[in-house]
Design a protein around this ligand. Structure first.
Ligand code: 5GP
Length: 130
């Protein structure tokens, strides 16, 4: 059965898309730690990031970097935090979170809520900076 993230890539489940290439896809996290919290995934399914073959891993990280640079321009912050958890969704994903303090990366804190308009606007701004 397809993962929830594959269903997002295929357009079966809606998302706020940020970027897409032949092999990778980026979209806003539905339960963000900060405005602009983005997930970057390989389109190919696989649970554990370190199972990815070296050449694909390098290509994936370059795509993650490109999205992170666009995110930093779109959402002013001290830096963009990077995290890999995978405790909930068994499809490799990197979290990119605009950070101003260490606490912004705390995955146990209460998630933020933004209106559909705010989510669409931030996704479009990141996309425009790609
Ligand atoms: P993790 O697997 O890294 O522990 O957490 C999965 C992340 O994916 C969570 O931050 C969660 O909010 C996000 N997520 C789970 N389901 C969806 C979804 O259907 N759409 C989007 N945009 N994000 C999701």
């Amino acid at each position: 059965m397809a993962t929830i993230f594959t269903r997002i890539v295929q357009g079966e489940i809606p998302c706020y898309k940020v970027a897409e290439s032949e092999k990778f896809f980026a979209f806003l996290d539905i339960n963000p730690l900060a405005k602009g919290h983005t997930l970057v995934i390989p389109k190919a399914e696989g649970d554990y990031i370190f199972d990815i073959e070296n050449a694909d891993y390098a290509e994936y990280m370059l795509f993650v970097k490109k999205v992170a640079l666009a995110l930093k321009k779109a959402v002013p912050c001290k830096r963009v935090g990077v995290a890999v958890l995978g405790m909930e969704v068994p499809h490799t994903h990197v979290h990119l979170v605009p950070m101003n303090s260490e606490g912004d990366m705390s995955f146990t804190k209460e998630k933020l809520r933004f209106s559909p308009e705010e989510m669409a606007e931030v996704a479009a701004t990141i996309a425009a900076n790609m």
